[in-house]
Write a protein that binds this ligand. Structure first.
Ligand code: OAD
Length: 247
């Protein structure tokens, strides 16, 4: 198993170095080693919470306080977390490849930004931004805990987390950026995501159909495992730094 991983790392490292347009689609697994729970695995958030009560526009309309209390708790967990070696490696890959590397993330935790990635598409929003449901103003807010729950805008409108909930459309700007990057990718890396949530997971299909080779870094199998040229079954924080050795 270890030999297979090592051989895979050598050949993926070569592909990463040679590729002109690399996309990394990341998910909660990338932040797992920072101590932030994933959604679907053991200890995942959707094992103990019901998304329809906490992560839908209907849930927010019904009980904004409950939804904000959950987000306030998550912000508390995230603010104590640090980017891990997986995040650091992705930032270093961007430094080395410049414009030829884009991270598309489903994570809302801000750890890719903190690690230093700048060509970053945040498909599901950002837990550190609020958006007014009345006037639409988006504001950065790092208060932990929030001083008032639920928080309000200066215009008196209710503020919501600026994240995408189930049943909501992605931001057109972010989605177009992601599609553009996926279509032009020659190497598509799927890292720490179960790839079960669409439309995000559809980006892998798009990239693969447009000719990108696919690499998966995940201790578990995913629906795209069959289509992947590389399947590195391990933790992102251990495997990604190995891709940078003897570059
Ligand atoms: P999931 O919880 O569905 O999947 C996390 C994946 O990370 C699993 O496939 C794990 O096997 C893998 N994993 C766990 N630890 C890992 C590690 N150390 N290194 C690499 N991989 C690891 O999370 P996402 O795929 O991100 O959306 O979920 C997608 C979306 O569903 C989220 O953005 C969120 C959620 O509901 C919304 O809230 C809209």
């Amino acid at each position: 198993m270890l030999d297979a991983i090592n051989a895979g790392i050598d050949s993926l490292r070569a592909a990463l170095r040679e590729s002109k347009a690399v996309v990394a689609l990341t998910g909660a697994g990338v932040s797992a080693e920072s101590g932030i729970p994933t959604f679907r695995g053991a200890g995942g958030l959707w094992r103990s919470f019901r998304p329809e009560q906490l992560a839908t526009p209907e849930a927010f309309a019904r009980d904004p306080r409950l939804v904000w209390e959950w987000y306030d708790w998550r912000r508390g967990v995230i603010c104590r977390a640090e980017p891990n070696p997986g995040h650091a490696a992705l930032a270093e890959i961007e430094r080395r490849k410049g414009g030829g590397f884009t991270v598309i993330t489903q994570n809302v935790d801000g750890l890719h930004d903190r690690a230093g990635n700048r060509r970053l598409v945040k498909l599901h929003g950002d837990i550190w931004r609020t958006r007014c449901v009345e006037c639409g103003t988006v504001t950065l807010n790092h208060d932990v805990p929030l001083t008032v729950i639920p928080p309000h805008c200066p215009c008196d409108g209710l503020l919501r987390p600026d994240v995408i909930w189930f049943g909501e459309a992605l931001s057109a700007l972010e989605w177009e950026g992601a599609v553009e990057a996926a279509r032009h990718a020659d190497l598509f890396m799927l890292i720490g995501t179960s790839a079960m949530v669409y439309p995000a997971a559809g980006l892998v299909e798009l990239g693969h159909e447009a000719g990108a080779r696919v690499a998966i870094i995940n201790p578990e199998t995913t629906p795209f495992s069959e289509r992947a040229q590389w399947r590195l079954e391990g933790a992102a924080g251990e495997i990604l730094p190995l891709l940078l050795e003897s570059w």
